[in-house]
Ligand binder design. Structure first.
Ligand code: 6R9
Length: 649
C-alpha cells in the first residue's frame, strides 16, 4: 500500500457538532488506560443491570491460568438494555427499518413492536423446549426475524450461533455438531439480488449430516414457496407463534454467562467457535457504537453487513438497539436492481450514518459516479468501513463522491474476537489519513512487535498485539479453551496476538497491513487457506492442494489454488470447473477459488512443509524476489510453477 496519501481535516460542519473533541478523546483514553477499574466501573453502567456489579476487571493472560472476566458479579439480561428500557421514552421510535431485496418492499418496527415480537418469539422457543444454556443455530436470510431470533435466545438465556445463509449444508452441519445444537431456526427460502436461496433444503441436508443431533427446526415463512416439513421435527413460526403471550420475563444471567458463539476461520483446522458473554460484550458493543459513529438520538444508522458476521451482530443488532437507535437491516445486495441501490435506500429512509465494506465500495466505484450522483444523499453525515484495509483510491471516492466531502470516514479495525471496534479515527478527534485505522479506542493498548516479540517503537512496522484486556474480548473458543490459549496467547505470551500486521507512521497513526498468518480476506470474509485446501483434497481427483491469497481489484484478495491431481487423472478445464463446484458445495460460494493452477508438485522443504511464501509470490506475479529456495526438496518445481503461471495469461 502506498504511504503517500492526502490527509484530510475533519469537515468543519461535522467537527462543530461532534460528540468528541481531540482533547476529550485524549482525556478519556488516558483515563481508560491509567485506571481501567474506575473507567469501566463507570462506563459499565451504560447498560441495564439486574444486580449491579461490584467487581470490574478480573483478567489473567497468563497461560497457566488464563481467564477473562468483566463485571463478574453483576447479573443482567441483554434484551432489557436493547428493548425493555426503551419502552418508557422510545416506544414509538423505529427500532428496525427493514429494506427488502425488492426496492418496493420495506417496513418498520418500533421499539414497542420489536419488544412484543421478541417476547412472542421467546415463548415460541420455550414451547419448543429450548432451555437456558442450550445452543440454538440460526440460519436465516436478512429478515427481521433473524434479529428477533437472536434476541429471543438472549431473552431466555439460550446461546445463539448464527451461521451465514450463504454457507453450504456441510458447513452448517459442522457448526451444528461442534456446539451440539439441538435447535435450528431457518426460513423457507431467502431472497438476494433477485435470486432464491434454498435455506430449508440446505438445512434439511445439514440435519441429515448432523446425524440426529437436531431435534427441532423452527421455520420462518419468507417466500411462501412450498418446502418439506418433517413431522415431529419441523415447526412453522407463524403457527406456534399465533397463540403465545406477547410478554416474557427476561432470564437473569450472570455477566459472564455465554451470549453467543460465532464461528470464524483461523490459520489452521476447522473454524473456531468464538464465545462472547453477556455483560462485557454489550458494554463494548454499545459504547463503541455510540462513540465510533458519533451517535445522536435522531440518527438512522445503516450497517450493510449480514447478521451472519460479527459486524451484523454488533452493529445491526446489539450496539444500535442497546443505544435505542434506529437500525436499518437490508436483505439485498449493493448492485441490485442497480448500482444506485445503497444510495436510493439512504434517500428513502433518511439514513444519516452508513457503514459498509471496502469490497462493496470498490465494486460500486467501478460503475462510475453517475449511479451515485443521480441520488440525493443529503441525509448522510458519517460514513464507515470495516472488514479489510481500504485502499486510498476507494477511500477518496467514498469521501468525495458518496459523502461529498461533508462526511468523515471511520475506518474501523476489529475482529470477531474483539467484539467491536478497536482501532479507528474517532470522528471529530483526528484528521483523516485515507487507509489508516488511526488510533486505539478507549481501553485498547496496541503494540507492534517483531517475530521474537521485541517491542518496536516509533515509526515502524510489525505484528500487532494488544497488551491488556477490554470488556468486549472473546472469552474462549467454545469447547476448546486450550485452542483459545494456543491461538491467541502463545506467540507473544501475556499478550493477545491479532494475526494482523501493522505500521505506525511518524504521527503515531496505525495502518493495518493485513493478515500475517494463513488467513486470507476475500471481500471482507475471513477464510482459512487450510479450509479451502481440505475442501479441495476431499475431491477424488486431487492429491494435494495449496491455497494462497493474491491481489484482486474488487475482492481485495482472491483465492489462488495450486492443485496436484492423482496419477490417474489428467488436469483439464472441466476438472477446474468441477473443483470450483466442489468447493462451493463443501463450504459455500464465498470460498470459490478464483484461479486454479495445476502443477505436478508443490515447493516443499525437505521436512515436507509447503513453502507458501513462494506460492504467494508466484500468485502475485512477482517472480524475481522469491527469496531463499535452497532449502527446497525439489527446486525445479518452482520453475515449473512460474512457467505455468506465465502461460495462463
Ligand atoms: C470485523 C471483522 C477480522 C480481520 C482482521 C483484519 C481484517 C477488519 C479492518 C481489517 C484493515 C480494517 N480487518 N477490519 N483490516 N482495516 N478496518 O471484519 O471481523 O471477520 O473476524 O475479520 O479482518 O485482518 O484481523 P472478522
Amino acid at each position: 500500500m502506498s504511504h503517500e496519501v492526502t490527509t484530510h481535516p475533519v469537515p468543519e460542519a461535522f467537527a462543530s457538532q461532534a460528540n468528541l473533541t481531540p482533547e476529550k478523546y485524549r482525556e478519556m483514553y488516558s483515563a481508560s488506560i491509567d485506571d481501567p477499574e474506575a473507567f469501566w466501573g463507570e462506563h459499565g453502567k451504560r447498560i441495564k443491570w439486574m444486580t449491579p456489579y461490584t467487581k470490574v476487571k478480573d483478567v489473567s493472560w497468563n497461560r497457566d491460568d488464563l481467564h477473562v472476566r468483566w463485571f463478574s458479579d453483576g447479573t443482567l439480561n441483554v434484551t432489557e438494555s436493547c428493548l425493555d428500557r426503551h419502552l418508557e421514552t422510545r416506544a414509538d421510535k423505529p427500532a428496525i427499518i427493514w429494506e427488502g431485496d425488492d426496492p418496493e418492499d420495506s417496513h418498520t418496527l418500533t421499539y414497542r413492536q420489536m419488544y412484543h415480537a421478541v417476547c412472542r418469539f421467546s415463548n415460541v422457543l420455550k414451547e419448543m423446549g429450548v432451555k437456558k444454556g442450550d445452543r440454538v443455530t440460526i440460519y436465516m436470510p436478512m429478515i427481521v426475524e433473524a434479529a428477533m431470533a437472536m434476541l429471543a435466545c438472549a431473552r431466555i438465556g439460550a446461546v445463539h450461533s448464527v451461521v451465514f445463509g450463504g454457507f453450504s449444508p456441510e458447513a452448517l452441519a459442522g457448526r451444528i455438531t461442534d456446539c451440539e445444537s439441538k435447535f435450528v431456526i431457518t426460513a423457507d427460502e431467502g431472497v438476494r439480488g433477485g435470486r432464491i436461496v434454498p435455506l430449508k433444503v440446505n438445512c434439511d441436508k445439514a440435519c441429515d449430516l448432523a446425524n440426529g443431533m437436531v431435534e427441532k427446526v423452527l421455520v420462518v415463512r419468507r417466500t411462501g414457496n412450498d418446502v418439506d416439513m418433517k413431522a415431529g421435527r419441523d415447526l412453522w413460526l407463524h403457527e406456534i407463534g399465533a397463540d403465545v403471550a406477547d410478554t416474557c420475563p427476561p432470564e437473569p444471567m450472570n455477566a459472564e454467562d455465554p451470549l453467543f458463539i460465532l464461528y470464524t476461520s483461523g490459520s489452521t483446522g476447522k473454524p473456531k467457535g468464538v464465545l462472547h458473554t453477556c455483560g462485557g460484550y454489550l458494554v463494548w458493543a454499545s459504547m463503541t457504537h455510540e462513540y465510533v459513529f458519533d451517535l445522536k438520538e435522531d440518527d438512522v444508522f445503516w450497517c450493510s453487513a449480514d447478521v451472519g458476521w460479527v459486524t451484523g451482530h454488533t452493529y445491526i443488532v446489539y450496539g444500535p438497539l442497546a443505544n435505542g437507535a434506529t437500525s436499518v437491516m437490508f436483505e439485498g445486495v449493493p448492485t441490485y436492481p442497480s448500482a444506485s441501490r445503497f444510495w436510493e435506500a439512504c434517500d428513502k429512509h433518511g439514513v444519516t450514518i452508513f457503514y459498509t465494506a471496502p469490497t462493496a465500495i470498490r465494486a460500486l466505484m467501478r460503475e462510475g459516479d453517475e449511479p451515485v450522483k443521480s441520488t440525493d444523499r443529503s441525509s448522510l453525515r458519517l460514513l464507515g468501513t470495516v472488514g479489510e484495509p481500504i485502499n486510498p483510491e476507494a477511500w477518496e471516492w467514498y469521501f468525495k463522491v458518496v459523502g461529498e466531502e461533508r462526511c468523515p470516514i471511520v475506518d474501523t479495525w476489529w475482529q470477531t474476537e474483539t467484539g467491536g471496534t478497536m482501532i479507528v479515527p474517532l470522528p471529530g478527534t483526528s484528521e483523516m489519513k485515507p487507509g489508516a485505522g488511526s488510533h486505539p479506542f478507549f481501553g485498547v493498548q496496541p503494540k507492534l512487535v517483531d517475530a521474537e516479540g521485541h517491542e518496536l517503537r516509533g515509526a515502524t512496522e510489525g505484528n500487532l498485539i494488544i497488551t491488556d484486556s477490554w470488556p468486549g474480548q472473546m472469552r474462549t473458543v467454545y469447547g476448546d479453551h486450550q485452542r483459545f490459549i494456543e491461538t491467541y496467547f502463545s506467540a507473544y505470551p501475556g499478550n493477545y496476538f491479532t494475526g494482523d500486521g501493522c505500521r505506525r507512521d511518524e504521527d503515531g497513526f496505525y495502518w493495518i497491513t493485513g493478515r500475517v498468518d494463513d488467513v486470507i480476506n476475500v471481500s471482507g470474509h475471513r477464510m482459512g487457506t487450510a479450509e479451502v485446501e481440505s475442501a479441495l483434497v476431499s475431491h477424488d481427483a486431487v492429491a494435494e492442494a495449496a491455497v494462497v491469497g493474491y491481489p484482486h481489484d474488487i475482492k481485495g484478495q482472491g483465492i489462488y489454488a495450486y492443485v496436484t491431481t492423482v496419477a490417474e487423472v489428467e488436469p483439464s478445464d472441466e476438472l477446474k470447473s468441477e473443483l470450483v463446484r466442489h468447493v462451493r458445495s463443501e463450504i459455500g460460494p464465498i470460498a470459490s477459488p478464483d484461479l486454479i493452477q495445476f502443477s505436478s508438485g508443490l515447493p516443499k522443504t525437505r521436512s515436507g512443509k509447503i513453502m507458501r511464501r513462494i506460492l504467494r509470490k508466484i500468485a502475485e506475479d512477482s517472480f524475481d524476489n522469491l527469496g531463499d529456495t535452497s532449502t527446497l526438496a525439489e527446486p525445479e518445481v518452482v520453475e515449473q510453477l512460474i512457467e505455468g503461471r506465465q502461460n495462463r495469461k
